[in-house]
Design a protein around this ligand. Sequence first.
Ligand SMILES: NC(=O)c1ccc[n+]([C@@H]2O[C@H](COP(=O)([O-])OP(=O)(O)OC[C@H]3O[C@@H](n4cnc5c(N)ncnc54)[C@H](O)[C@@H]3O)[C@@H](O)[C@H]2O)c1
Length: 270
Amino acid sequence: MAETGSRGNEGRGRLAVVVGGGAGIGAATCLALASYGWRVAVADINVEAAKSVAGQCGGDWYPIDIFDAASIEKAAADIEAKSGKIYGCVCAAAVFQDKKPPEDTPIEAFDRVIQGNVRGTYLVNVTFAKRMAANGGGAIVNFSSWSGQFSSPVHGYCSSKAAVNMLTESMAVEWGRSGVRVNAVTPGFVLVDRMVERLRVGGRYSVDLNSISPLNRIPAPSEMGEAVTFLLSDRASAVTGTNLAADAGVMAASAWTVYGGIPGPRAQKT
Ligand SMILES: NC(=O)c1ccc[n+]([C@@H]2O[C@H](COP(=O)([O-])OP(=O)(O)OC[C@H]3O[C@@H](n4cnc5c(N)ncnc54)[C@H](O)[C@@H]3O)[C@@H](O)[C@H]2O)c1
């Protein structure tokens, strides 16, 4: 694996695992990390997707299922055995939920979201943090969502992301003295393939999603990769237990509807 990426050697050839690295934000994060000189282990339940991303970023791929503690433990052990000390971990795998009234949502669907996003994130954090602690330190980034701070009609999902925020804080305190930093990135909406398809089909959202962002756009997955590489890097050496919003300002603007909405651009001087 290359130790210097197209954008330099900030990663210093350190090894980072991206759980859920086979698609969307996780895949973009793998590419971003490699471009900054990280070695990347792509872990995903979708093995073909993980293989493909590993091929693109010069990394290795590993099967993992965030519902299965043994599979997380096995992936961590296999990564260490093949590539050595793990310094970075990104938890980007998640379970999503259909928008349905709660009385029409089977409790099994609710349970699955909570299990995957809360228990799964917890298991990934503990499994990799204990290894990083034994190796002298590291950094973890969890993926939250603006749904973790603002309620939405995907009740299990938004509750699970609120829990990810608190897990991130508690893990940061738990492992801080062992040299492991733990942070979260909070997207608003991101133009992953899944989202592009939802927008194409329509029906889920009642407004143009650009209109709720002060920047008037939905970020690309690669922009989430930039936020992650910062938090994993030594540039963020004093940052732990925090939540970095990479949401194009959606959360900051959420109360502005009441005051007439987001102002338009100021006229430019010629
Ligand atoms: N895309 C958005 O608009 C958006 C917005 C807010 C938050 N997020 C968060 O960002 C993160 C990434 O989301 P995304 O949109 O890139 O998702 P995605 O569906 O594009 O990719 C998720 C990846 O996780 C893998 N995965 C699914 N279940 C798994 C399991 N049980 N074990 C291991 N891997 C599994 C999938 O195979 C896939 O490769 C998630 O935590 C999501 O909640 C995304």
